[in-house]
Design a protein around this ligand. Structure first.
Ligand SMILES: Cc1cc2nc3c(=O)[nH]c(=O)nc-3n(C[C@H](O)[C@H](O)[C@H](O)COP(=O)(O)OP(=O)(O)OC[C@H]3O[C@@H](n4cnc5c(N)ncnc54)[C@H](O)[C@@H]3O)c2cc1C
Ligand code: SF4
Ligand code: SF4
Length: 346
C-alpha cells in the first residue's frame, strides 16, 4: 500500500492549492498535493490571455509560471486523478485514505489545506436565456475557451465572427430568485476584458453590455472603463429573456431606458457572464472535520477556530475571488500554516 507522510496535505491543485504548495516548499515544508482531475491548474487552465497590444492584467499566465516552478520543486508530491475517500483527525494529525486509478493508499499530515475551488454557475438554471437550446447563446467560460483555442470569438452555428454581440452580466449571481444574492466578483472583469480583446482584434464588432452594476477591478479600472465606453454600448438593465431570431440570431428582450416598455434587439451572439458557485463535495469536509458553510454555501471558518486544529482554507472554496486574490490569500495561508507547524514542533 502507498503511504504519504508529508507535513502538509493540500486538497485541490488550482491556483490557490499550487500557490500554497510552492510557498510551503520554499519554507522547506514537504507537501502532498492531491488533485482529483487529470491535470493541475483548476479553472484557470481554460482561460485566455486577454492582452491587446498591452497586458490587461487578467492574471491567467501566472498559472504557467507556477506550474513551471512546481515542476522544479523537489518537496512537493503531486497526485493527479486522486480523491481522498476518508479523513479523520487524531491528536492534531490528519489520517486519510485515497483512491486513484490502479490503486490507492493512506497518509498522514500535520496540517491540512482545503483549496478545492468553485463550480461555475450552470447557465441551464436560467432557462429564460435558452443556453443549450440556441447554439449562439454561450457562457463566459465557453468564450474563454474559444478565445484560448482559436484566438477569435466565433458563432457556434456557422463559425463566423459575430457582427454584433450582447454580454449579459450577473447570470446566476445577485439573483434572489435563485437564492444566490452575492456578487461573483470576477465576471465584470473577465467579460469587459474579453469584449475589449474582441474589439481590438475586430474593431467593427458591435458590443452591447447589459449590466446591473459594474464591479471595479484594479487601480486602472476608471481609465479602462472610460476607454471601453467609447466603443461598447452599456445598457443598465438585465434582460428578461432570449428568443430565437432569424438566421440563427438571438433576440434579447429588455426594458428600455425609461423602464416602462420592453424592447427586443437581435444579436449574432449572446454571452452569459456566469458567476461562481460553491464547489462540490463540501459536505464531506463538514461531516468529517466540522468545517461550517456560510449562508452562500462556501466553506467558512466562521467562529470556529479551524486553524488551531490545523485546518486551513484558501481560494474560491471560501467564496468568490479572482486569481490575484486567490494567490494573495494562498500565500498568507501558507505562512499561517508554517507558523502553526513551528508552534507544534516547539
Ligand atoms: C468564466 C470565468 C472566467 C474567469 N476569468 C478570470 C480571469 O480572467 N482572471 C481572474 O483573475 N479570474 C478569473 N476567474 C476566476 C478564477 O477562475 C478563480 O479566481 C480561480 O480559478 C480560483 O482558483 P482556485 O484554486 O480557488 O479554484 P479552482 O480553479 O476551482 O481549482 C480548484 C481545484 O481543486 C480540484 N478539486 C476539487 N475538489 C477536489 C477534491 N475533493 N480533491 C482534490 N481536488 C479537488 C479541482 O479539480 C480544481 O483543479 C474566472 C471565473 C470564471 C467562472
Ligand atoms: S496577465 Fe493576462 S493579459 Fe497579461 S499577459 Fe498574462 S494572460 Fe495576458
Ligand atoms: S462581478 Fe459583475 S457580473 Fe459578476 S455578479 Fe458582480 S456585478 Fe454581476
Amino acid at each position: 500500500m502507498n503511504r504519504n507522510n508529508s507535513k502538509v496535505l493540500i486538497l485541490g491543485g488550482g491556483m490557490a492549492g499550487i500557490t500554497a504548495a510552492l510557498a510551503l516548499s520554499r519554507l522547506n515544508i514537504a507537501v502532498t498535493l492531491i488533485e482529483k482531475s487529470a491535470s493541475l491548474g483548476g479553472m484557470v487552465r481554460h482561460f485566455c490571455c486577454k492582452a491587446t497590444d498591452v497586458c490587461q492584467q487578467c492574471g491567467v499566465c501566472l498559472l504557467n509560471d507556477s506550474l513551471q516552478a512546481l515542476g522544479k520543486a523537489d518537496n512537493i508530491e503531486v497526485h493527479l486523478q486522486t480523491e481522498v475517500t476518508d479523513l479523520t483527525m487524531d491528536d492534531k494529525k490528519f489520517l486519510y485514505t485515497f483512491s486513484r486509478p490502479g490503486g490507492g493508499g493512506e497518509g498522514r499530515a500535520e496540517a491540512l489545506l482545503l483549496a478545492t475551488g468553485f463550480t461555475p454557475f450552470r447557465a441551464e438554471d436560467k432557462p429564460q436565456y435558452r443556453y443549450g437550446l440556441f447554439p449562439n447563446v454561450i457562457t463566459g467560460l465557453d468564450l474563454e475557451k474559444q478565445l484560448r483555442e482559436t484566438g477569435a470569438a466565433l458563432r457556434p452555428s456557422d463559425h463566423a465572427p459575430p457582427a454584433s454581440m450582447a454580454f449579459i452580466q450577473c447570470v446566476g449571481s445577485r439573483d434572489l430568485h435563485l437564492n444566490h444574492p452575492y456578487c461573483s466578483q470576477v465576471c465584470c472583469a473577465y467579460a469587459l476584458r474579453m469584449a475589449n480583446l474582441i474589439q481590438h482584434k475586430r474593431p467593427q464588432t458591435e458590443i452591447t453590455f447589459f449590466y446591473m452594476d459594474l464591479q471595479t477591478f484594479g487601480k486602472d479600472f476608471p481609465l479602462f472603463l472610460e476607454q471601453a465606453e467609447k466603443r461598447i454600448r452599456f445598457i443598465r438593465t438585465i434582460p428578461g429573456e432570449i428568443q430565437k431570431g432569424e438566421n440563427d440570431q438571438v433576440l434579447v428582450t429588455f426594458q428600455d431606458d425609461s423602464g416602462t416598455s420592453s424592447r427586443k434587439e437581435a444579436f449574432d451572439l449572446a454571452v452569459l457572464s456566469i458567476g461562481i458557485r460553491p464547489g462540490t463535495g463540501l459536505e464531506f469536509f463538514m461531516e468529517k472535520l466540522g468545517v461550517p458553510l456560510n449562508e452562500d454555501g462556501f466553506l467558512d471558518p466562521g467562529k470556529e477556530n479551524l486553524s488551531s486544529k490545523g485546518i486551513f482554507l484558501a481560494g474560491t472554496v471560501r467564496g468568490p475571488k479572482d486569481i490575484a486574490r486567490s494567490i494573495t490569500e494562498a500565500c498568507r495561508t501558507a505562512e499561517e500554516m508554517a507558523a502553526y507547524l513551528k508552534a507544534g514542533s516547539l
